[in-house]
Design a protein around this ligand. Sequence first.
Ligand SMILES: Cc1cc2nc3c(=O)[nH]c(=O)nc-3n(C[C@H](O)[C@H](O)[C@H](O)COP(=O)(O)O)c2cc1C
Length: 399
Amino acid sequence: MDCRLSIMERVHWIGVNDRETTLFENFWPLDRGVCYNSYLITDEKVAIIDTVKFNKTEQYLSKVKEVIGDRKVDYLIVNHMEPDHSGSMKALVAAYPDMQIVGNKKTFDFIRGFYDITENFLEVAEGDELDLGYHKLKFFLTPMIHWPETMMTYDQTEKILFSMDAFGGFGSLDGGLFDDEVNVEFYEDEIRRYYSNIVAKYSPIVQRALGRLGALDLNVIAPTHGPIWRTSPKTIVDYYDKWSRYEAEEGVVIVYGTMYGNTAKMADYVARIISENGVKNVRVYDASKTHLSYILSDIWRFKGVILGSCAYNMNIFPAMELVLSKLEHTGLKNRYLGVFGNKSWSGGGVSAIDAFAEKVKWERIGSSIEATYTPKDEEFKALVKLGKEMAQRVKDNPL
Ligand SMILES: Cc1cc2nc3c(=O)[nH]c(=O)nc-3n(C[C@H](O)[C@H](O)[C@H](O)COP(=O)(O)O)c2cc1C
C-alpha cells in the first residue's frame, strides 16, 4: 500500500510492505511478506515513531513528505533499534537535521554504534512524558522484549499504545490495515509464527510487561509489524498472554528426521493412532523439508509433541538437532513429549532426544521407542501405546 492512511485525525500510518525480502533476519521465511509500521503524529509538534528497513527508505521519505509537506519533523521516537525499524533513521536525520531523537539511555549506544549519529538526543526514562500539543506521550521501558533498549510509547490523549515489535506478526498488510478490516484468523497464524520464532525466549519478560500494561486504558495497539488493533486490542493482548504463559490447544505435533524412511514410517503410524483416538489436530513434519519456523509455531500452539530421529554418526539427524536446540533455547514449558527413532548399530538419535527431554523437563509419555534397521511388531505395539496415551493426555488437558 502506498496510500496515505490515518489512524485518527492527527495520527498517520506511514509504514511499508516488504514482499521482496525472502527471509526475516536472513533466516525466517517470509512467504507472506512482512510490513514495517511507522507512525507520524501531526500536532503542534510533529513526531515520528520508529522508521522502516533500509530497503524501503525512498518510499518511506516520500510518505513522510506527503503527510507533512513543508513542515519539519520535531521528534523521532525510537522504540526499537533493530535495523528493520531503524534502517531509515540516517536518511531521516539527513532530511530533518534539527529533529530530536527520543530514546532511553541504551537506545543511544545503538544509534552511535550502528549509525554514528551522536547529537540531538533527548533521553527519556520510565514514565517520562513528551507534550506534542494535543497529544501527550508517555514512555514505558520494556527491556528485552526483545532487545535491551526496547520501549513502548503510550499516547495518553487518544489511548494508543505504540508497542514496537510486541503484538506484531509476519505477513504484509494486503489492503486492510486494521483488525476489523482483515481476517484475524490469517494473521493469528502469522503472529504466532512471529511470536514463537522471534519473541518466545523472552516470554517471562512479556508476562511482566503485560502485568504493567494491563493498567493502561487502551483504544488502539499499534505495533511495528502486522495489523493495527483498534476494534479489539484485547484479542492481540490475549494471544500474547496465552503464548507467553505456554498455554496450548488440544493437538499433537510429530517432527522427525529421516534419511531412508524408517523413522517416517513410525511417525505416520503413531499419527494414525492419535487420530483414531479422537485428536483432530495432528501435524506431521519432516524436519528436512519444513522450515523450523512453521514447526516451532505449531509446537507453540499444541500441547503434545512427539520427536523422532534416525541415528546419524552417533548423534541425532542434523535437521532435528536444529529443532531441539531452538526449542531448548526458547525455554518452552508445559508440553507432553513422546520420543522415537531408528538405528542400525550404536544409535545416537533417540539418546540425543532423551538428553533434550532431561533438560526441558516436559512430561514424558511412555518410554522412548527405538527400532533397529526397520520398525517391527514390538515397536509398532509400543507406538500404539504411545499414541493412545498421548491422545488421552492432550484431550484431558486442553488449554
Ligand atoms: C551417514 C549415516 C550415518 C549413520 N550413523 C549411524 C550411527 O552412528 N549409528 C547407528 O546406529 N546407525 C547409523 N546409521 C544408520 C541409520 O541410522 C539407520 O539405517 C536407520 O535405520 C535410518 O533410519 P531412516 O530410514 O529413518 O533414515 C547411519 C546411516 C547413515 C546413512
